[in-house]
Ligand binder design. Structure first.
Ligand code: CA
Ligand code: CA
Ligand code: CA
Ligand code: CA
Ligand code: CA
Ligand code: CA
Ligand code: CA
Length: 694
């Protein structure tokens, strides 16, 4: 299995020597030896092969841990923190090793879960870890021979996945659960066989994988190309990034192992064990900056490593007898000041879990939008005054038009045209002739305008969304829409004053907010700007509480503001909540109000951590709680993440929504078989939300 590193080093040196004749690219800095550290201990037992390793860390005692190693043909072994072997199982060939803690079943029984790969059986095997032994929890069979295994536990939802890679470039991910004393796939076909929730091909041979649970990032090592970063959630299809590549472009030669180092406050590192280049250290943030590397005295080829709170274990496969060597994190930190990295305060996965986020399953979803990519954006409710069960969801496709959905999520109308970004509705607006109608307004980014519509009940002859004609001075030349002066129209919301006058707030990316007053004539709607407000940086989501005449506005990177919505009022705002990286995490996106008469809440989409934050508007903006929208595999509905627009209503919309409905845009919409579809909106029972949050 192992290739000698020496010929590769020679080859690399030769190649770089040849290249320097044709171009004068600088000598890669990884030709220099990195900082050299010494190990303080070597495992007492040795085996002819070493595959991968992971550490089980004792929760009570920082100094106590177990090193769990896979040894290919020699099976699997466990060593204590002093390198003494305490367990061995050579019944199968094992490779890959990863661990997650506190995996609970429905009764609250919890296991510390080890996953390893079985190349001969083509499966992933799961074990629960107890101090000095492990007990099998079942297998998931794979369509390929695994080359590496990694686990992922979503730190908010607790959802768990196991991912296998192959030498042919496959990445195959299963959603798993602990039930009846076993680990099994939660998504299965009609025969009960597991369905992968994600299966893609990276390109070349994959040698290692690791998942950063906190940043929801999957790293895979493509041995002859470099390290890639993907989103780690099964329904997350964010574009991949190249973290580092093979020299001379990057610092790598042949990656064999990957490991995470977690520290408090999101700090820590990604470490790559590279056969030719040593142990390379990268920052854990989105940039994955290369910070430097270290080598361990006597380890000629870096192959695998595992991280405990107080020590790193590094495989030495080129020793006379392959062993793991222990380096204390203290001595590592002392040796690496020139790299500006510190291995102090290492924490394990147990400490990453976010507490206090209520999990609420979606109960429905709308049809996917017409365009792929980032398209669905903002929803609003239209409540049918004659039959509330026939109410509609009006929502934007910012690439192409406005949709009307029924309460089951079926599309009733797609009105193509413009690039409507945000939409809002007021249902009791008085027209020029004294009749009342429902008014919708949308920010149209194609023309930098406010588009106006009339919403009414759907019938065979009457599509519910009808465009209105804007008239007067400030209309666009190409369309009967109100022409805004803001930099680039973005967020939008409506306000209806106590005297019945409707106003539109529209904001632009530069922080300007225009307040338009609308008036109605037989020939159309006239608008005039009556006031301008501003915030320092990009706003978007906004909503007005008509009862108190208060405008709530999200400044995406900063927090939630309130302003008086009255045109004659002062323009000073009040910052009600700041992004704090915990509860409210940038971007602040959609805002909506839930008002039942007794209870009145402001809800904000905290896009950065895929949650929604509820504030009590009847109680000094007190934080009520936060929730996340998870999927329901039984219903075949997925969860919501990276949400832009949201909307809430307290109207009783039937048995499924007795206290109203909450809608959230979902960036990553998948079908029941976990195939990606265009974006859509998730429907959630408000009763389910508030019962869990309170
Ligand atoms: Ca590992
Ligand atoms: Ca809206
Ligand atoms: Ca944003
Ligand atoms: Ca935004
Ligand atoms: Ca948006
Ligand atoms: Ca989703
Ligand atoms: Ca779906």
């Amino acid at each position: 299995m192992y290739k000698s590193g020496l010929p590769l080093l020679v080859l690399a040196a030769l190649l770089s020597g040849c290249n320097s004749d044709d171009n004068d690219s600088p000598t890669p800095d990884n030709q220099n030896t990195g900082t050299v550290v010494k190990s303080d201990l070597i495992t007492a037992t040795h085996y002819s092969d070493i595959a991968d390793a992971t550490v089980w860390q004792d929760p009570e005692n920082q100094n106590k841990h177990r090193l769990i190693v896979t040894l290919e043909g020699d099976g699997l072994a466990i060593f204590d923190e002093n390198g003494s072997e305490v367990f061995n199982d050579d019944s199968s060939e094992f490779l890959g090793a990863d661990i997650r803690y506190g995996i609970k079943d429905i009764n609250g029984n919890a296991v510390d879960l080890l996953a390893v790969g079985l190349p001969e059986e083509e499966s992933i095997r799961f074990f629960s870890v107890f101090d000095n032994t492990i007990e099998p929890l079942g297998d998931i069979s794979l369509p390929v021979e695994p080359s590496a295994i990694c686990l992922y536990k979503n730190i908010t939802t607790g959802e768990l996945t196991a991912t296998a890679t192959s030498e042919e470039g496959d990445v195959i991910q299963y959603k798993i659960e602990f039930e009846n004393g076993e680990i099994s796939s939660t998504v299965n076909d009609e025969f009960g066989d597991p369905i992968a929730v994600r299966h893609f091909n990276v390109g070349g041979e994959l040698s290692a994988c690791i998942i950063d649970d906190q940043n929801a990032t999957l790293y895979v090592a493509e041995q002859d190309l470099g390290i890639w970063a993907y989103g780690s959630d099964a329904e997350n299809v964010k574009e991949r990034r190249l973290v580092d590549s093979i020299e001379p472009l990057g610092h790598l030669q042949e990656v064999e192992g990957l490991e995470m180092v977690y520290q408090p406050n999101g700090k820590g590192y990604l470490i790559a064990a590279d056969e030719g280049a040593g142990f390379l250290v990268y920052s854990r943030d989105h940039n994955n900056d290369y910070l430097g590397k270290f080598e361990v005295d006597g380890i000629e080829e870096a192959k695998a490593l595992a991280v405990a709170n107080q020590a790193l274990w590094l495989a030495n496969t080129e020793a006379d007898e392959p062993v793991y060597e222990r380096v204390s994190t203290e001595s590592l930190s002392r040796k690496l000041p020139d790299l500006d990295v510190s291995f102090s305060n290492i924490i394990d996965h147990r400490q990453l879990h976010v507490t206090g986020v209520s999990l609420v399953a979606a109960s429905g979803e709308t049809k996917e939008v017409d365009d792929d990519g980032d398209a669905a954006d903002d929803p609003a409710f239209w409540l049918n005054p004659d039959d509330v069960s026939q109410s509609l969801i009006i929502a934007t496709n910012k690439q192409g038009g406005l949709m009307a959905y029924d309460l089951q999520g079926n599309e009733i109308q797609y009105l193509e045209g413009g690039e409507p970004n945000n939409v809002d509705i007021r249902s009791d607006v008085t027209d020029w002739d004294g009749s009342t109608f429902s008014l919708a307004a949308a920010s149209n980014r194609e023309l930098n305008t406010i588009a106006l519509y009339k919403i009414s009940a759907a019938s065979d002859t009457n599509p519910p969304i009808q465009p209105l004609t804007a008239i007067g001075e400030q209309i666009h030349g190409a369309a009967a829409e109100l022409k805004s002066n803001v930099d680039e129209v973005y967020g939008l919301c409506l306000y209806q004053a106590h005297n019945g006058t409707p106003y539109v707030f529209v904001n632009g990316k530069n922080g300007t907010i225009e307040q338009w007053e609308l008036s109605f004539q037989a020939s159309g709607v006239e608008g005039k700007i009556v006031r301008t407000l501003s915030v320092a940086t990009q706003p978007e989501g906004c909503v007005v509480d008509d009862e108190t005449s208060t405008l709530y506005l999200g400044e995406e990177d900063h927090g939630i503001w309130s302003f008086s919505a009255e045109p004659a009022a002062a323009t000073t705002g009040t910052l009600l909540a700041s992004t704090d990286g915990e509860q409210l995490v940038a971007d602040v996106e959609g805002l909506t109000i839930y008002n039942s008469g007794n209870e009145k809440y402001l809800i904000a989409s905290s896009q950065g951590n895929n949650t929604y934050v509820i504030y009590d508007l009847n109680n000094a903006f007190e934080l009520v709680g936060t929730f996340a929208i998870i999927g329901n595999d039984t219903l075949g509905v997925d969860g919501a993440s990276d949400t832009d627009g949201i909307a809430a209503t307290s109207a009783n919309l039937g048995a499924a929504y007795p206290e109203g409905m909450f809608i959230a845009q979902d960036w990553y919409n998948i079908d029941p078989a976990y195939q990606l579809e265009n974006q859509n909106f998730k429907l959630v029972s408000w009763k389910a939300i508030i019962e869990r949050v309170r």
